[in-house]
Ligand binder design. Sequence first.
Ligand code: HEM
Length: 323
Amino acid sequence: MGSFTSSFCSLFSLISLLLLLSNMSCEAQLSTTFYTKTCPNALTEIRNVVRRAVSAERRMAASLVRLHFHDCFVQGCDASILLDETPTIQSEKTAFPNINSARGYNVIEEAKRAVERLCPGVVSCADILTLASRDASVAVGGPSWDVKLGRKDSTTANRARANTDLPSPFADANTLISAFAVKGLNTRDMIALSGAHTLGQAQCFLFRSRIYSNGTDIDAGFASTRRRQCPQTGGDATLAPLDLVTPNSFDNNYFKNLVQRKGLLQSDQVLFTSPSTNSIVLEYSRSPSAFAADFASAMLRMGEIQPLLAPNGIVRRTCGAIN
Ligand code: HEM
């Protein structure tokens, strides 16, 4: 009986071990060393492409960071935003938050071509976009972080979800908190990530109602300056900097602006006005290092929303189309 029990236990342990091992080998995981053996120079190549693009046009850093955000919030960071329209794909590029607005597609395609020359079929567009947003931050004086890699590219896009899941510039603080919470990001992450608006530009029609509101949550001098290039009718696409002080460098001026009621978008200013987010804005306005550290960790978490892992997904040969 004793020997039967011990043989049974050994068999049971063996089966458990085999099950554990088979599980481990099937469930791919993101890892910082994912391409170390299969494409050791990919990361340097991508960084060089991003550096060149940002030195040709500083705003490109902003555009790449935003492109990654708009990818991750729609069915996870799977490069779905990069897919062009086909009879079977409803491209996210033409969703309201992206059309005539999202930029940087060509830089990602250029980086893809560069890594395809080195090691064809290995590095996913989703990983390239994730790395490019980190490299873009660094290129304009922002923090760095160790990107975990191994995402696969989707074979689908979802324009409808791009329209619903990407937050509106007219949203209030609680709506913004919920929009990030459903993606697994907390209020602090949401505020740190909104700090990406230390970079880049926005179009007049997206902040017009705010600058003509005569509200108490906007500095009168700031409103009048912005009105000069954003009339009540016309000039919809005219750009203004999201951070009026230093739109081309990563710093905490965005939060200092909010404290002075000089946020450009309504969704920026509410972060200071709302009691649920006000103290974190104040903290970041006083501490550039707290903001930079939280931005880096929030970007890491954002990059890990619903990763598409092998055996699912593909590595696209070009980012705009499925193979
Ligand atoms: C909190 C909710 C957010 C809202 C409502 C929002 C909304 C917007 C809007 C309306 C624009 C201007 C678009 C245009 O004029 O065409 C913009 C630009 C930008 N957004 Fe956001 N955003 C949010 C969060 C984020 C996050 C999380 C990031 C990145 C981590 C980000 C990065 C950027 C950047 C860098 C720009 C400038 C892009 C450029 O100049 O090309 N935003 N955002």
